[in-house]
Design a protein around this ligand. Structure first.
Ligand code: NAD
Ligand code: TYD
Length: 339
């Protein structure tokens, strides 16, 4: 099997490459990544010399580059992780989100139509469903929940999802879509909640909690997400959407306090800052479909996963130190300077 993984130098894409190499070492993997601020070649450096692996630095929006790659590689399966993925950045600069997340998806699918693939898989997000109220813990997102987005990021992901389903209906492209809840684990860029709080704790910097910290996210260890995608790609039904989540809802403030406890840092580092515009209150996935159809269940409990993740950031300071001391510093000062 020849598998094209786009966005494989980012957080989840890289973990997916590691998962494939562990579980299906016979497969050839081609990684296409533009190496934006969020992509990091050092994440996948150990795999660059593997004869079953090829890295190509290019843009999923470039028809020329994408078609040339398909001409050379004729992938059997395409798994699209490549995206602009950070809500806060989408509020600052929506355009690049529409470009990469929607038009990039179209370009990839046009190449799939031209060259033929067994499967095009779109890695989407639970954020396409909008949010749930804090006082209705009986409600969950199912695959039937209407799309109802809040941020330019989630709107761009929902737009891409609709386009993927349209390419299936109109052109018969063999697609699947997965919509996962918030991931955490090794190699997550330190602009996202958990690695940002770990990195700031380790540098004794303040911990910026948006609003009152009462917003709820449904956290899943990244390898459990990778396993679910692998199952969907190999055994899932064409044309279907699968929600992925492990019923692990937590308030932001409780996550931040837990990180303080694990790292022996005082809660006085916590600073409540101006809330995010349009901030979604609660995400919560109902994973009944993927469990019933594909037998998927999460394997890593949050208590263990968060400890492993904190240990990873402690053991791999050079990976994130390089990021927080580079261009990211300007982003941090701009976003958090006067908040
Ligand atoms: P990330 O920001 O860490 O990585 C994105 C990767 O895509 C980077 O390597 C970047 O260089 C690459 N990329 C960006 N634009 C590109 C382009 N035009 N051409 C080629 N490569 C490009 O993101 P992530 O957290 O790993 O998320 C991966 C996917 O999973 C995204 O589609 C995201 O919407 C989805 N998702 C993320 C989460 C989460 O909690 N992080 C949850 C559910 C779904
Ligand atoms: P984030 O990791 O950006 O993921 P998403 O917005 O896609 O869910 O944020 C997770 C939650 O943490 C979200 O409710 C916003 C909040 N948050 C903070 O309170 N402070 C921060 O510095 C960041 C980055 C996020």
């Amino acid at each position: 099997m020849n598998i094209l993984v786009t966005g494989g130098a980012g957080f989840i894409g890289a973990n997916f490459i590691f998962y494939l190499q562990k579980m299906h070492s016979e497969d050839r993997i081609v990684c296409l990544d533009k190496l934006t601020y969020a992509g990091n070649l050092s994440t996948i450096s150990a795999t660059l010399n593997n004869p079953n692996f090829r890295f190509v630095k290019d843009d999923i929006c470039s028809r020329e580059a994408v078609f040339k790659l398909f001409e050379e590689e004729h992938p059997d399966i395409v798994v699209n992780f490549a995206a602009e993925s950070h809500v806060d950045r989408s509020i600052e600069e929506p355009g690049i989100f529409l470009q990469t997340n929607i038009l990039g998806t179209q370009t990839l699918m046009d190449a799939c139509r031209t060259y033929g693939v067994e499967r095009y898989h779109q890695v989407s997000t639970d954020e396409v469903y909008g949010d749930l109220p804090l006082d209705r813990f009986d409600l969950f997102f199912t695959e039937q929940t209407p799309l109802h987005t809040s941020s330019p990021y989630s709107a761009s992901k929902a737009g891409a999802d609709l386009l993927v389903l349209a390419y299936h209906r109109t052109f018969g492209l063999p697609v699947t879509i997965s919509r996962c809840s918030n991931n955490y684990g090794p190699y997550q860029f330190p602009e996202k909640l958990i690695p940002l709080m770990i990195a700031n704790c380790l540098s004794d910097k303040s911990l910026p909690v948006y609003g009152k910290g009462e917003n709820v996210r449904d956290w899943l260890y990244v390898e459990d997400h990778c396993k679910a995608i692998d199952l969907i790609v190999r055994n899932g039904k064409v044309g279907e959407v699968y929600n992925i989540g492990g019923h692990n809802e937590m308030r932001n403030i409780d996550i931040v306090k837990l990180i303080c406890r694990e790292l022996n840092k005082p809660e006085s580092l916590i600073t409540y800052v101006t809330d995010r515009k349009g901030h979604d209150m609660r995400y919560a996935i109902d994973p009944a479909k993927i469990h019933a159809e594909l037998g998927w269940l999460p394997e890593t409990r949050f208590e263990d996963g968060i400890k492993q993740t904190i240990k990873w950031y402690l053991d791999n300071r050079s990976w994130w130190n390089e990021i927080v001391s580079g261009e990211y510093k300007n982003y941090y000062d701009k976003m958090y300077g006067n908040r």
